[in-house]
Design a protein around this ligand. Structure first.
Ligand code: PLZ
Length: 449
């Protein structure tokens, strides 16, 4: 049964295949090495060591082929080792690997920026610059907003996640594991309530309006709108548990920002690039952010992130005020161009919607059968279930069910402020039969309590 493959990518057999226990002996050996070489602060969701990946599967060092419901945390949306990405990177790596765009520029960087300017929401005049990670994109968006407005305060939301650097960990809501012991934190960061329908005290119907009113109250009463440089929000909270804000919340916040000269920054690091069934999640409610941060799915796994926004804001920064050695590395830019071609030519936005229909229907049915499933939510290929003690909203940790899925060869991720969310982020190229098989494994894992 085991096939000795020498290449990853979509040609890998699209099958779940377990030839050892998970993790197998070779992975266990490698994991022992990891434990003596790498600090435990760098955690491991599933300790199988990968040798190949592509389409909807990840193949490990023992020859097991696992169904991938994680995409490396929403990164390999076009699939691992996607052909157009591989081809472009292969050509580029032989031409030149780095010059530093700030020293001697190259065309692919500009081409990626042109694409982002054209494809992100809004037809106003835009600019883009490129950095290496989601956190770096968010930090830079805040720098630009502060510089352009001459104001300092930044407003973020409950359940928000924005990164692990000093500023972005400050912007992040959850203490463990992201902030504990890492203070003191950056100043001038304020947190407002998020319209979390499942947990809103008065129920989902009034959630959007009440949460927006409370958030605006925080700004008006605790900070003063004229002191706020930016409001920063994920259109769907990712690490926080795939919380889709109640409809109407985002437009109300945006309207308030517009009326008060506050820069509205959308963190689309996790939601971007077709993941939610739109190219960007903001499109769902017609949100046009002043600045949008992108990363993850942008380049199929090569490190790249973008800050795209109103030309007047981005142009306000003096020459040399933005940058970094590696930002917009030529390999990553070629990868991004390959990703964008793949999304367009393989119709991956539509494909994400199709995946969403399959997953949401099956998960809703699960919710009917198993009262531990308190909520099913998400859009496109970014969906989740929130686990609760039946009949209550008391969180039930998602770890044990995730572990059962892992043992059966289904890679799933957990999330959520209360650690009780199982989230599903399959590559958008995953074939339907693997999606269905993965959902059946999940169902078995849930049925076991
Ligand atoms: N903004 C919305 O989801 C990264 C974090 C993994 P970087 N999310 C995955 C982990 O535990 O470190 C993320 C995000 C949103 C920003 C970031 C940060 O992106 O590329 O990890 O810096």
């Amino acid at each position: 049964m085991s096939t000795a493959t020498t290449q990853g990518g979509p040609e890998l057999p699209q099958e779940r295949r377990l030839v050892t226990e998970i993790p197998g002996p070779r992975s266990r050996e490698l994991f022992a090495r990891k434990q003596s070489a790498v600090p435990p602060g760098i955690g491991t969701t599933l300790p199988v060591f990968v040798t190949h990946a592509g389409g909807g599967v990840v193949v490990d060092a023992d020859g097991n082929s696992l169904i991938d419901f994680g995409s490396g945390i929403a990164v390999t949306s076009v699939g691992n080792a996607a052909p157009r990405v591989v081809e472009r990177v292969r050509r580029q790596v032989a031409d030149f690997t780095h010059t530093c765009f700030m020293v001697t520029p190259y065309e692919s960087y500009v081409a990626v920026c042109e694409k982002l300017n054209a494809l992100t929401p809004g037809d106003h005049d835009k600019r883009t610059f490129l950095v290496n990670s989601g956190a770096e994109a968010v930090e830079n968006a805040v720098k630009v907003a502060r510089h352009a407005t001459g104001r300092q305060a930044v407003v973020v939301f409950e359940h928000g996640y924005h990164g692990r650097t000093l500023l972005t960990m400050t912007l992040t809501a959850k203490n463990m594991p992201y902030k504990q012991g890492f203070g003191p934190f950056a100043p001038e960061v304020y947190r407002a309530p998020l319209a979390y329908p499942f947990r809103w005290p008065t129920g989902p119907d009034a959630c959007a309006e009440e949460a927006a009113a409370q958030a605006i109250d925080v700004i008006d009463k605790q900070i003063g709108a004229e002191n706020v440089a930016a409001v920063l929000i994920e259109p769907i909270a990712g690490e926080g548990g795939f919380v889709v804000p109640a409809r109407g919340f985002l437009p109300r916040i945006l309207e308030f920002c517009r009326a008060n000269g506050i820069v509205f920054i959308a963190d689309e690091v996790q939601t971007g690039f077709a993941r939610t069934g739109d190219l960007f999640a903001c499109e769902d409610e017609g949100i046009v952010p002043d600045i949008i941060c992108t990363a993850k799915g942008i380049a199929g796994g090569l490190p790249l992130a973008g800050v795209t926004g109103r030309a007047d804001l981005l142009d306000s920064v003096h020459v040399g005020g933005l940058g970094g050695t590696y930002g917009g590395n030529p390999l990553a830019c070629e990868a991004a161009l390959g990703v964008l071609e793949t999304i367009e030519q393989d119709k991956l936005v539509e494909r994400a919607r199709h995946i969403g229909e399959i997953m949401l229907a099956r998960l809703e049915a699960l919710k009917e059968r198993y009262p531990i499933v308190g909520d099913v939510r998400g859009r496109g290929a970014m969906v989740a279930i929130e686990l609760v003690k039946p009949g209550t909203k008391e969180p039930v940790p998602a770890g044990p069910i995730a572990a059962r899925c892992h043992a059966e060869g289904l890679l799933v991720l957990t999330a959520g402020t209360y650690g009780n969310v199982l989230r599903f982020l399959p590559p958008l190229v995953m074939p339907d039969h693997l999606l269905e098989e993965g959902l059946s494994i999940l169902e078995r894992a849930i049925s076991q309590g």
